[in-house]
Design a binder for this molecule. Structure first.
Ligand SMILES: Cc1cc2nc3c(=O)[nH]c(=O)nc-3n(C[C@H](O)[C@H](O)[C@H](O)COP(=O)(O)OP(=O)(O)OC[C@H]3O[C@@H](n4cnc5c(N)ncnc54)[C@H](O)[C@@H]3O)c2cc1C
Length: 475
């Protein structure tokens, strides 16, 4: 009998398996798809020599992860490439606000008072960026004090606010406010909601402390490096093996599920006690995404020079426009001018496209499960800040929520976060519990981004779930 089976080979599944293998226990990962990696897969979506990241592409959280940072992933083939600047926010006047690697350089690019405000707000946290990310991605256990409690408390005072509220009170210039709205909108939560400022601040601090790199050769390299690390520790991975029922899983003392609550209910069937079932049924999923990838004959012709230096571009104009777009997706409306997150990896990683050509990655938020083609609306937002973009396109590929979910069952209704990340579910996912990874089923654990600390390629959900399994089941 194996010590552990992990269902799903996303970054959390692989991190869980590595943690178990590091403890000297036997472990096998079962993955439904033919290729491993979940949200870190790359595929030739537009043509044989173009490498596109199906889901995640910017790996600030791999760099910042307290667990992944300890693994020798470079020795297993992972190399990060850093764009000149982490992200930029173009505006209709043809300029862009740029967030640079350093607080100082970013502040220098903002209007006088906002430059000072940026130094005051971000400077002290950026100086301790590593400690802060350790605390934010640390174990969430109300019984024990968090790491770096004072730093976390100071950060929490700002983070608990709404992004719109913080942007309006901290910054004077509409341009700075727009830039902050652009980074906070990664949360997929309306920007007038509590704790959305936390997303913006954490991601910006991540940019200052670790950069927003991409993986040379595509995000698949993250998955492949984790898989290679796991195999070097004796772990096994079987792709093309979908688990439809826990009854069909090979005998093992512990089963760790890199799936969301809805899938757990399905594969565990009648074994789930009714009270836990009811609590999982109340788990809320968030808006979906419409994802696009392009093959380009030349780089995007941004009007603003700052956008040519940045890896990630947030498109959507002012704070008011972005807030309106995010409010619409959350409340089930399709917006005509959606907020778009765009990444141009091949500007710094030439291995992603044939010589001289490029790849481009973008998505916008849409209502949960929406069956709508956003291609024209996304391209109109790019054209707005880069006239002539259409002439650069060689091929395009679009996927709405249903297509995303077909490629990865965890993307329920197009929700890329494994469940809504509003304040009500940010820490208490999937249920309010002192051990959110354990389930009432003997030896069965949840280890996906539907557990703390939630969305992103950091592997911490898997790592903490595996630690819980090692402590309770695999002693
Ligand atoms: C479009 C998009 C863009 C994103 N951008 C970023 C980004 O730039 N940076 C970032 O940090 N994060 C990003 N994310 C989020 C990130 O990808 C996820 O938070 C992360 O992958 C979650 O990891 P996970 O291991 O919990 O689940 P997943 O990565 O979703 O993996 C789950 C795995 O389980 C498998 N599985 C599911 N059910 C079964 C079953 N019954 N049997 C066997 N296998 C099963 C799936 O096939 C999948 O391989 C993005 C996500 C998407 C979709």
């Amino acid at each position: 009998m194996l010590d552990a089976i992990v269902i799903g080979s996303g970054p959390n599944g692989l991190a869980a398996a590595i943690t178990i293998a590091q403890a000297g226990r036997s472990v096998r990962v079962l993955e439904a798809q033919e290729s491993i990696g979940g949200g870190t897969r790359s595929l030739a979506l537009t043509g044989p020599r173009f490498i596109h990241d199906l889901c995640s592409t910017v790996h600030v959280l791999v760099a910042a992860s307290p667990f992944l940072r300890t693994l020798p992933l470079q020795e297993h083939g992972l190399e990060f490439v850093h764009p000149d600047a982490p992200f930029a926010h173009p505006l209709d006047d043809g300029t862009a606000v740029v967030v640079e690697r350093s607080v100082e350089a970013t502040a220098d690019g903002l209007s006088g008072k906002d430059g000072r405000a940026w130094r005051r707000l971000l400077g002290p946290f950026a100086a301790r960026g590593g400690d802060l990310m350790d605390a934010l991605l640390g174990p969430f256990d109300p019984r024990h004090p968090p790491r770096h409690p004072l730093l976390l408390a100071r950060f929490g005072m700002h983070a608990i606010r709404s992004a719109a509220g913080l942007a309006r009170s901290a910054f004077e210039d509409e341009r700075t406010r727009a830039m902050f709205a652009g980074v906070a909108a990664h949360s997929m939560v309306p920007l007038d909601r509590a704790a959305t400022a936390g997303f913006g601040l954490a991601l910006t601090l991540g940019a200052h402390a670790f950069g927003w790199p991409v993986a040379r050769g595509g995000s698949q390299r993250v998955a492949d490096a984790l898989a290679s690390c796991l195999r070097s520790l004796g772990g096994e991975i079987v792709a093309g093996h979908r688990v439809d029922s826990l009854d069909d899983v090979p005998p093992a003392r512990a089963v760790l599920c890199d799936v969301t609550p809805r899938q757990l209910l399905r594969i565990a069937g009648g074994r789930v006690p009714s009270s836990y079932r009811r609590r999982l049924e109340r788990y809320r999923y968030g808006p979906g995404v419409f994802k696009m990838d392009w093959a380009l004959r030349e780089p995007v012709p941004w009007t603003a020079e700052g956008c040519r230096r940045a890896g990630t571009i947030h498109l959507g104009g002012t704070l008011a426009e972005i807030a309106d777009s995010e409010h619409a997706a959350w409340h089930g409306r399709v917006h005509d001018r959606p907020y778009v997150l765009l990444v141009q990896p091949s500007r710094w990683d030439s291995s992603r496209a044939p010589a001289g050509m490029h790849t481009l990655w973008a998505y916008c938020h849409v209502p949960h499960g929406a069956d709508v083609d956003m291609s024209a609306r996304i391209e109109a937002q790019i054209e707005r800040f880069a006239p002539g973009f259409h002439d650069c396109v060689v091929a395009r590929h679009g996927m709405g929520p249903a297509a995303m979910e077909r490629r990865n069952a965890n993307i329920v209704g197009g929700d890329i976060g494994g469940g809504a990340s509003d304040l009500g579910q940010l820490f208490t996912r999937p249920v309010v519990s002192l051990n959110p990874y354990a389930t009432p089923l003997d030896g069965v654990y949840l280890c996906s981004s539907s557990t703390p600390p939630g969305v992103g390629v950091h592997g911490m959900c898997g790592h903490y779930a595996a630690r819980a399994a090692l402590k309770r089941t695999l002693r």
